[in-house]
Design a protein around this ligand. Structure first.
Ligand code: DX5
Ligand code: ZN
Length: 220
């Protein structure tokens, strides 16, 4: 039976209440906490660094799924691992030596994740799929929460699922961007098994717990 993962993205959290909002996610049954790291270069927004990852580490026992939207991510892998990241996901667009970078992440004891933007073709990650513990398909252009799901990405999810199954990989196939109870069944049917959601959790009208339950119900 597939183990489906719900990973709330704290990008949409109220940072004055970060610990209690993460605790609400944990008690509502979230599986991982997703942390979006942005540098204002690779993506047009700036967010958090190892300091906040370390604070999240003290706020929850859940695995911390850290998404690095930064240039030259290899410079910061140790710092995020020491801060308590459980998984580190790097963009293929930022890694000329992606093979080495994924091996480096594994050597730090973290789950090695590779991801690609909506405009990047699947062939870019093909040579390193066997080194990935997680493949993340961006279903919006990264940088901001609350954007609309891009349906053009569905074919990429299907394709990556086929390739992972083809090599016998048990890597998670994660999706991120515009995931809510209406879009989740579409990406699940395409083969995704880990779902990042920011606004549909933290800005859900009836609260964080109800938001997570709605996603769990959409998984079925
Ligand atoms: C996009 C980030 C996402 C974002 C998702 O740049 O990588 O993790 O927080 O937010 P929603 O779920 O609101 O699209
Ligand atoms: Zn993300």
């Amino acid at each position: 039976m597939t183990n489906y993962i719900i990973a709330p993205s704290i990008l949409s959290a109220d940072f004055t209440q970060l610990a209690s909002q993460i605790a609400a996610c944990e008690s509502a049954g979230a599986d991982w906490i997703h942390v979006d790291v942005m540098d204002g270069h690779f993506v047009p927004n700036m967010t958090v660094g190892p300091l906040i990852v370390e604070a999240c580490r003290r706020a929850t026992k859940l695995p911390l799924d850290v998404h690095l939207m930064i240039e030259k991510p290899e410079r910061y892998l140790e710092a995020f691992a020491e801060a308590g990241a459980s998984g580190l996901t790097v963009h293929v667009e930022t890694c000329p030596h992606i093979h080495r970078t994924l091996e480096h992440i594994r050597s730090l004891g973290c789950r090695a994740g590779v991801t690609l933007n909506p405009g990047t073709p699947v062939v870019m990650i093909d040579p390193v799929l066997h080194l990935a513990d997680l493949v993340l398909v961006l279903t919006v252009n990264p940088g901001f929460g609350g954007q609309a799901f891009l349906s053009e990405t569905i074919g990429k999810i299907t394709e990556i699922r086929r390739r992972l199954d083809g090599i016998g990989s048990e890597a998670y196939l994660e999706v991120d961007g515009g995931i809510a109870s209406n879009t989740l069944p579409i990406v699940k049917n395409a083969g995704a098994n880990a779902f990042v959601s920011g606004s549909a959790v933290f800005k859900y009208p009836r609260g964080i717990q109800a938001g997570i339950w709605a996603l769990r119900e959409a998984i079925g």
